[in-house]
Design a protein around this ligand. Structure first.
Ligand code: VGL
Ligand code: ZN
Length: 213
């Protein structure tokens, strides 16, 4: 393993949105999204500290196409804070779709950050909502606990993983995406664009094998 990637006490694994609705059979299924489950379970045993994120929308959330007359999922509209992709209703608070995948085994997770719970703002990033101004509190939590580097795994590579990695950098943390522990949605080239944007932002890329997992 490259020396710089040795996992230590300043590192945290951020497990992004490994929820039923993002897995095959779910409302916003990421192709092969469930494949990350055993990978994350293995990785989780290698990290001393872990945080989970959970997409957690109220019914009728602004990001749902069903809220907008004449609109279909995966179209983009303009809202107060800029462009917003519209999604099928997904990860509604308290529903089975919003629960973590039943085979996800991360008993050592120390925090669950819920996001997207404000009816009028979506939140891809685990640090800031899509208005780029409303913080989730994660940066403060990580800083207070002395973490310096955020490793990312989960769903989806090109949305919540991508924006969380960029905001980790913007918030002063190192960020490392574990590429084979993520799966993407890939809308109109969004996966390649996300990987390029992460590299430009100084996000490092690694694999499970390189971490000895
Ligand atoms: C996500 C779209 C909508 C994600 C969440 O977890 O990547 N994508 N809500
Ligand atoms: Zn969502």
């Amino acid at each position: 393993m490259p020396e710089g990637l040795a996992i230590g006490e300043r590192d945290i694994l951020l497990v992004v949105d490994v929820q039923n609705d993002f897995c095959p059979g779910g409302a916003l299924a990421v192709p092969r999204g469930d494949e990350v489950v055993p990978v994350v379970n293995r990785l989780a045993r290698r990290f001393p500290h872990l945080v989970l994120t959970q997409d957690w929308h109220p019914p009728g959330h602004q990001s749902f196409a069903s809220r907008h007359r004449g609109r279909k999922p995966f179209e983009t509209i303009e809202v107060a804070y800029g462009p917003q992709t519209l999604w099928p209703d997904h990860c509604v608070q308290g529903t089975r779709g919003a629960e973590f995948h039943p085979r996800l085994e991360v008993p050592g997770a120390e925090l669950v950050i819920r996001k997207g719970f404000r009816a009028g703002i979506d939140s891809y990033s685990t640090f800031f909502e899509n208005d780029r101004a409303t913080p989730t509190g994660l940066a403060g939590y990580l800083r207070e606990r002395g973490f310096g580097r955020v490793f990312l795994a989960g769903l989806a590579t090109d949305f919540c993983v991508h924006y969380s990695a960029l905001d980790a950098r913007a918030s002063g943390f190192e960020a490392v995406v574990i590429e084979d522990a993520c799966r993407g949605i890939d809308l109109a080239g969004s996966l390649a664009a996300a990987l390029a944007a992460m590299v430009r932002a100084g996000v490092a890329r690694t694999t499970v094998a390189a971490l000895g997992g």
